[in-house]
Design a protein around this ligand. Sequence first.
Ligand SMILES: Cc1cc2nc3c(=O)[nH]c(=O)nc-3n(C[C@H](O)[C@H](O)[C@H](O)COP(=O)(O)O)c2cc1C
Length: 366
Amino acid sequence: MAQPAPLCYPSPSLIPFELLPAVTQVPTDTENSLTLSRSARLSVAPMMDWTDRHCRYLHRLLSRHVLLYTEMVTAPAVLHGDPDHLLGFDAAEHPVALQLGGSDPAELAAATKIAVARGYDEVNLNVGCPSDRVQSGRFGAVLMQEPALVAACAAAMQEAAGDVEVTVKCRIGVDEQEPREVLPDFLARVSAAGIRRFSIHARKAWLQGLSPKENRDIPPLDYGLALEMVGLFPGLEISVNGGIASLDAAEEFLDQGFHGVMIGRAAYHSPTDILAAADRRIYGAPGPDRDPFDVVEAMIPYIEAQLAAGQRLNRITRHMLGLFAGRPGARQWRRVLSEGAHLPDAGPALVLEARDAVLQAQNAAA
Ligand SMILES: Cc1cc2nc3c(=O)[nH]c(=O)nc-3n(C[C@H](O)[C@H](O)[C@H](O)COP(=O)(O)O)c2cc1C
């Protein structure tokens, strides 16, 4: 893990003076927001096509407390699409946050109302996603260039959300912007609109020339700048995101003063490594760490119910491929599931067969 730069706060003169007082306001402390605030010490990042409801159900079996984010759903899709398909989730997933994409305050407010009525614990605005499709609608990272519009969107969303907390996920800047100037100004303006919790993907996005995938790896990470924001905005809760690949690293970031750590790819590819010990290590909960074999067992009734409702097995098991990552039998587990789960009559028996292949490999390795 890269060491953060020594603390060095940007000159307060970078931030319009009238915006500073609001960011130190004490947040509302309803039971829900306190609980969420604690849960946000560790979160699984929103990931399009990855953190769907099946993935979140699996992650919840590995950790009771981690905060789970949906994939981004655009506000127009929420307003005009199939709500059950786009917004449906299992009650077991709580605490769960819906991430919205958009830049029209009225649309975002209307979508937020629907999300809140559906029972989401938090609604998050995406100001970090750099894909072309997203840029063309003026959603995502391009909004780092329009903090006043983001503030207006966030204020409209928070008003629509009532007691449910609205949060923002952002970058440290885009293109030629100077993050050291842009980020504090962005946080000051958006927090003045009533937003208290932010996730910062601690790298720039390049809107031209890099693919979305490259934009998650190539622009350098600046954890030090994100940490400076923690010191500069003591009334805010800031989660750091980007390139965090282990629970050890997450604990180091929390020790440095970040309120939370958001993990994306590592949580998806190695869910047991990131999540199975999280309740004990991050939240101080008693009890043993989750065992991936127990998680497989617990997935069986869920899989049966989903198949009965018309779902195909591989839509669920694709998220389970990393469950034994780094452990003996991981290859056999992936092979059995990858070869069989797409077949029309595939069901829970295949998952149990894959589990037995892992057990066999582990016994052989012992
Ligand atoms: C497949 C994939 C899809 C993503 N989709 C979204 C998204 O819908 N909304 C969002 O804010 N970020 C999205 N991201 C970015 C992640 O939330 C996260 O910021 C990024 O992967 C960096 O964190 P990591 O290094 O822990 O993966 C996506 C990332 C991946 C890998």
